[in-house]
Design a protein. Structure first.
Length: 371
């Protein structure tokens, strides 16, 4: 048989009477008398006062009954112990969540640091590669100059032929500066170089730099793109696309690294058709940016027509000098032939690209006129 009725289970006698669990019977009775003066039905009319008086009467009877009070104290102690266990579990759960969040943040930081380290390594490798290519270009230029000095003098060409010769083209004449948008998808020099090489043909090197200052909004990375010698068409197409609405990605802007338009652009535009007319057959229209010949290699040994006389030191030096001069003359002739071929191919390709853009612009104007 249950010690407490449903009414008694629904109330907390200690709270109703405002006494502590250690209160004696005298303290309980005193608290009851004090409250009964405020809610006795004979003195305070109303249903609320009657209900309150009934509750404090039940509370008094519960606390004055030893069996009921012991049962009630045991139940309250169990509730307090359960609340303490729950609070401890909540503390452990919170500590576990804090530890999990801390480990996730550390893992994210490690990933960010690793990505920054890879980007820095890629940029450093790009700088080293650019330096190596510049050294190779300087060496090839020195070899070409030596071959030109060793070659026999040629008669001065006529003025008409001079007008068909391409102007001298330096590395800076085939170099573009690209301004990328802040949300660019290109993060490394190798990614940008692969895209440009696939779309516009050979390039010597590409250097991508992001000069963002701490605490300031990034204006986007900047890139320096040097096209391979002879790749006029790819250089011009890249410049036109990134200044005329067909950029590598939205927001990319291009300008010449030298500041002004190189002389070869005007020469190719004015001599593309006449030069093409002097060739025996037209060049077929390419489906992608063509790959032109690379710089000549000077690693092969010269071929001697006969065994030289090395009987004396003077004979040795004379023979070596003569054969070296012959080798340089042959290399110079090959270089000149390659340059002329590259000039013809690049000028023809440039002319074809210009005609294609003119036809496209005319088509757009006609469609707008029909509307």
């Amino acid at each position: 048989m249950a010690l407490l009725t449903d009414e008694e289970k629904a109330i907390d006698p200690y709270t109703l009477l405002g006494v502590d669990v250690t209160a004696t019977d005298k303290v309980v009775q005193k608290a009851y008398r004090k409250l009964s003066l405020k809610c006795h039905p004979d003195k305070i009319p109303g249903a609320d006062a009657a209900v309150m008086f009934h509750k404090i009467t039940l509370a008094l009877n519960m606390l004055l009954d030893p069996a009921k009070r012991k049962f009630l104290d045991t139940k309250l102690e169990q509730s307090r112990a359960q609340a303490a266990r729950y609070a401890e579990m909540q503390g452990k759960r919170k500590a576990g969540m804090d530890d999990l969040l801390r480990r996730e943040e550390e893992a994210n930081k490690r990933r960010r640091d690793a990505a920054l380290a890879r980007k820095a390594a890629a940029d450093e490798e790009a700088v080293r590669e650019a330096g190596r290519q510049l050294v190779e270009e300087r060496q090839r230029a020195m070899y070409a100059a030596a071959a030109a000095r060793a070659a026999p003098p040629e008669p001065a060409p006529a003025s008409s032929s001079n007008s068909n010769e391409p102007p001298p083209i330096s590395e800076i004449d085939l170099t573009l500066r690209l301004q990328l948008p802040p949300d660019s998808s290109f993060t490394t020099s190798s990614e940008l170089e692969g895209t440009i090489r696939a779309k516009y043909g050979p390039v010597s090197h590409v250097l991508l730099r992001d000069d963002k200052k701490p605490g300031k909004k990034s204006k986007g990375a900047r890139a320096v793109v040097e096209f391979a010698p002879g790749n006029w068409g790819g250089c011009w197409a890249c410049y036109v696309d990134n200044t005329g609405g067909r950029a590598l990605e939205p927001g990319v802007k291009a300008k010449w690294a030298a500041g002004d338009e190189p002389a070869w652009v005007g020469w190719a535009a004015s001599h593309g058709t006449p030069v093409a007319a002097t060739k025996p057959a037209p060049v077929p229209r390419p489906t992608a940016a063509p790959s032109f010949t690379t710089a000549p290699s000077f690693t092969s040994a010269p071929a001697f027509a006969s065994a030289p006389d090395f009987s004396s030191a003077g004979g040795l030096e004379s023979a070596l000098g003569r054969h070296e001069a012959e080798r340089k003359a042959r290399d110079a002739a090959k270089e000149k032939e390659r340059t002329a071929s590259d000039a013809f191919a690049s000028a023809t390709l440039l002319r074809m690209r210009q005609l294609e853009r003119q036809m496209l612009a005319e088509k757009i104007r006609l469609e707008e006129g029909d509307e």
